[in-house]
Ligand binder design. Structure first.
Ligand code: NOJ
Length: 761
């Protein structure tokens, strides 16, 4: 109970000054009285918490309030076990730190929490945050790969597992999900999100929030989620990380912000303000974004944390001329916690005292932070995640590993399967496994792999070894490194392939080549890998190319010349098992691309939901929107992915020819497994508003369903299109459905679709 925790610490606080003690006791009595009175009238849980916060705020000094808004990082240089410096411990005692990032461990977080609860004047517990992006110790596939499952229920379970493990290690708050839309694969952080589409991104944003936060925050294993980076961070010019973003309010609302709105609707407790500016206003100082849109329009009630030093960076942006001004700008805009700039803590005391910053902005932010701490139950159970026994038993359990394998299997996208070379026969005589990623246990973890350990990773070599029959010979050669210039090993790899019946070549990027500060201007396979692939191709042996990468790559040569391509992204600890499951047919691949694969970097940004333009491409007419040297089409479109079986679509049907603006319409299609294996198909629904007061994209995803069909089995798959699905922002930025003709498209990707039409009256 709140009274106990801050009362106890107040009374036991060393040398508690008389004045504080006096004020505290008076307010405490008042608090208890008020609290009991309100209890009698059975206030809602929310109102009770608000009352507790009022009482607490009354007790807090300005310095203590700003302390709640100050987040610092744990340090590794103190000792082998202790993660904070003496100076930080002193600050905790003075109430000058409200949260930490980067401190892991049930014991150590407990030790530090005890300083806050027992040795600070008011005993307000700390929050411990960490980037738990795709798993904690059980590392799952990178988020872009998880999005390839098009299976939000599965990914909700993966987030649950991550939350379970992280919470067992003292973590209470993850800086995830990353819900930035990315239309530019040069941007390395595309790996951390769900790709290019606002609808798919929204579905996954909500699923991950549910997964992290659980049904109830007080449940064991729940952690606070943080939707980031608000907003439009993925819109960086030229795909260069941290770069300027310039876009219309329409694009912000229609493309970049829906996943954030979905996270808010799913009850996300926190958001992170982004590094980038949007059309001249840095996100971390953007009041319209953080207050008008987020709170007033969407009704967000949690708190906003800045990205790392983003408040201080307002000076570099040229939006503030001093640290004080940067702090004032950010806090007034609606950034409640300052991640490591130290500005709120150091600069804002004077700003308030000199009346440059009205105190109510501070109080409002503190209120939001305390509310989350109360909601998470920290005042009652400050050590809820500090059970060292639970920490030992929760990591890498068989259940977690089994789920990680399923997620990895479903994340794999089969891009090509010439002459059905896949699945491989387990009794093939000799397999040559080639490539710098084939026997690699570091890179498959991908970027932001938390506390994942290379030793936990099953490599492709290990996975394949376990799969083949004893008489099958497995030969291995690295061929080259991921990115160095040396081609010394290529010849040896060719010799190995010459002895084999088939070459499985595992190529791609290093984990550090995607993620933060990892933009690339060239999306070819790095280093000498293309050379290696071409040398193997000259042997004439059949080639299965397995790709590990954090973004769409430009692989036109491979697409034309190798027999099969398996897009495996970075699949985490179960990489080798899942890849072998797919290569040998124990699992029929079902993943679909969440981001377009361009033919060349020059086509970027290339995304499926583009506009038609006034001069849509026509081969016979030069003066249409196209390039001279490359087709407009992608190499592999959004939503694309093959299976070892075949799915045939027929009989698209709309429940009505005409509907009213406020009516729903059903769209159905028959999907038949016309191949020879059981398989899952992700059936996708797209719409187009053909003519409107604001031009609409040629196609927009509005629904998808995963169906499992046996050979010969046929199923009618039905979708409901609601007015929300048919609406858009009109010129006044109001969401409307307009009358006119609509097309609905259903298919197994964004290009190969059946079409039907209906009218809205
Ligand atoms: C910077 C990154 O942009 C953000 O995503 C991350 O949460 C913070 N660093 C904290 O690690």
């Amino acid at each position: 109970m709140v009274a106990r925790s801050f009362c106890a610490s107040t009374l036991s606080g060393r040398g508690a000054r008389f004045v504080y003690y006096h004020i505290t006791m008076k307010s405490l009595t008042l608090f208890i009285l008020t609290f009991s009175l309100f209890n009698v009238f059975a206030l809602s849980q929310d109102a009770i918490i608000d009352k507790k916060i009022d009482s607490l705020l009354n007790l807090m000094s300005l310095e203590e309030k700003l302390g709640q808004l100050n987040q610092t990082i744990g340090t590794w240089s103190v000792s082998t076990t202790e993660r904070i410096s003496e100076e930080q411990a002193a600050m905790i005692r003075q109430g000058k730190i409200g949260s930490f990032l980067g401190i892991i461990g049930a014991f150590e977080t407990g030790r530090i929490q005890r300083i806050a609860v027992k040795e600070s004047r008011l005993g307000i517990p700390l929050l411990f945050g960490l980037d738990v992006i795709h798993g904690f110790r059980t590392v799952f596939p990178i988020p872009l790969a998880e999005a390839s499952t098009w299976n939000p229920d599965l990914i909700e379970r993966a987030a649950r597992v991550a939350a379970n493990e992280a919470s067992a290690a003292g973590i209470q708050w993850t800086f995830a999900p990353m819900v930035d839309i990315a239309r530019d694969p040069r941007w390395g952080r595309i790996a951390e999100g769900s790709g290019e589409d606002p609808y798919l991104g929204s579905v996954f944003a909500a699923a991950r929030v549910r997964g992290f936060q659980g049904k109830n925050l007080s449940d064991v294993g729940a952690i606070l989620a943080c939707a980031k980076h608000f907003a439009a961070y993925g819109g960086a010019e030229a795909g260069k990380d941290y770069n300027t973003v310039d876009l219309s309010e329409r694009t912000l609302r229609e493309i970049y912000s829906p996943p954030f709105k979905a996270a808010v609707d799913a009850g996300v407790w926190t958001l992170m303000s982004a590094f980038n500016e949007i059309s001249g206003v840095p996100s971390s100082g953007n009041r319209w974004l953080l207050t008008d849109l987020l709170r007033n329009e969407w009704g967000f009630k949690g708190f906003v944390v800045s990205d790392w030093t983003a408040i201080s960076e307002l000076q570099n942006h040229g939006a503030a001329s001093s640290r004080t001004d940067a702090g004032i700008l950010a806090l007034r805009a609606g950034v409640d916690i300052d991640m490591v700039s130290g500005i709120y803590e150091n600069e804002l005391v004077d700003a308030v005292r000199t009346k440059k910053l009205p105190q109510e902005y501070v109080d409002q932010a503190v209120r939001r932070v305390l509310k989350a701490k109360f909601a998470y139950g920290l005042f009652d159970h400050p050590y809820r995640n500090c059970d060292t026994l639970r920490e030992k038993s929760e990591m890498l359990t068989p259940d977690h590993l089994a789920l990680a394998r399923t997620v990895a299997q479903q994340s794999i996208v089969l891009l090509k399967n010439g002459k059905n070379i896949l699945p491989l026969d387990k009794s093939v005589r000799t397999i040559a496994l080639i490539g710098p990623l084939a026997d690699n246990r570091i890179d498959p973890l991908g970027p932001w792999a938390g506390v994942g350990r290379p030793d936990d990773v099953v490599t492709v070599l290990e996975g394949v070894k376990q799969k083949i029959l004893p008489q099958t010979k497995l030969l291995f050669a690295r061929g080259c490194t991921i990115s160095s210039d040396s081609s010394a090993d290529i010849e040896q790899a060719v010799r190995v392939v010459n002895q084999a019946d088939v070459a499985v070549v595992v190529l791609g990027e290093g984990a550090h080549m995607s993620g933060e500060a990892a933009s690339r201007s060239n999306l070819d396979l790095p280093g000498r890998q293309n050379e290696l692939l071409k040398a193997i191709h000259r042997t004439g042996k059949p080639i299965v190319l397995v790709l590990m990468n954090g973004r769409p790559l430009t692989i036109s040569w491979a697409a034309e010349n190798v027999n099969a391509i398996v897009e495996a992204w970075f699949l985490g600890v179960q990489s080798g098992n899942a890849i072998a499951d797919v290569l040998f047919g124990d699992v029929n691949p079902s993943g679909k691309l969440p981001a377009t694969f361009p033919r060349s970097v020059g086509q970027i940004p290339l995304y499926y939901n583009h506009k038609n333009t006034g001069r849509p491409i026509a081969d016979s007419n030069k003066y249409t929107s196209k390039y001279l040297d490359v087709p407009n089409t992608p190499l592999y479109p959004f939503g694309f992915g093959l299976s070892y079986t075949k799915f045939s679509y027929s009989n698209i049907w709309a429940s009505s020819r005409t509907i009213a603006k406020n009516q729903e319409i059903r769209i159905a299609v028959d999907v038949e497994n016309s191949g020879k294996r059981t398989g899952d198909e992700v059936v996708q629904l797209y719409v187009q508003d053909e003519a409107a007061s604001v031009t609409r994209p040629v196609r927009e995803l509005k629904g998808f369903k995963r169906v499992n069909l046996k050979p010969g089995e046929k199923q009618s798959v039905e979708f409901v299109l609601t007015p929300e699905h048919l609406s858009f922002y009109n010129l006044e930025m109001i969401k409307v459905v307009e009358s006119g003709a609509f097309s609905a498209f259903v298919g197994g990707n964004s290009v190969d679709v059946l079409k039907t039409k209906f009218d809205v009256e």
